[in-house]
Design a protein around this ligand. Structure first.
Ligand code: HEM
Length: 135
């Protein structure tokens, strides 16, 4: 999907996915991801005991980011993801654990197979951007 951002035309490779995929694959992805986080000792303690809202927020964020309804921002305000992650200690190890589980989740949702590469690159870059601690 092409986007105009004032000076440049930029290609956003995941910006149009929602249109063809709808909600379901994103909810599946998030379920598969949190199922893995449940058993990840490095990450599990960072998240609340009840993961219901964590699931909902990530699904709504991805739906919005891929061109679907803006429910995430209506509920949570501007994404400002880096600031939202500041309370958590995210170093290279946490980032790699997050990415390992997201990659496995991505590979477990057949509806996302055709978009695996752009989604992988989006998560890979975004996860690196969330690093806020050395080591
Ligand atoms: C790099 C490693 C990452 C770690 C360790 C991490 C950890 C966390 C934690 C502990 C929360 C709080 C959960 C809650 O309040 O329920 C959270 C929230 C969230 N994370 Fe991450 N995260 C990482 C990367 C990412 C990436 C790459 C994305 C998006 C592609 C993302 C999207 C979100 C969203 C949408 C929320 C919900 C924010 C809200 O409350 O509105 N995170 N993350």
């Amino acid at each position: 999907m092409w986007r105009y951002n004032g000076g440049m035309q930029m290609y956003d490779p995941i910006g149009g996915l929602y249109q063809s995929l709808g909600d379901a694959p994103f909810y599946k992805l998030v379920d598969e991801f949190y199922k893995r986080v449940e058993n990840e000792p490095l990450l599990r303690p960072m998240y609340p005991a009840d993961l219901t809202m964590s699931r909902e927020h990530l699904a709504l964020f991805l739906i919005q980011r891929t061109g679907g309804p803006g429910t995430y921002s209506q509920k949570q305000g501007h994404p400002r993801m880096r600031a939202r992650h500041m309370p958590f200690k995210i170093g290279q190890k946490e980032r790699d654990a997050w990415m390992k589980h997201m990659t496995a989740a991505l590979d477990s949702v057949p509806e996302l197979a055709a978009s695996r590469q752009p989604l992988f690159e989006f998560f890979d870059n975004f996860a690196t951007f969330m690093i806020n601690q050395p080591g």
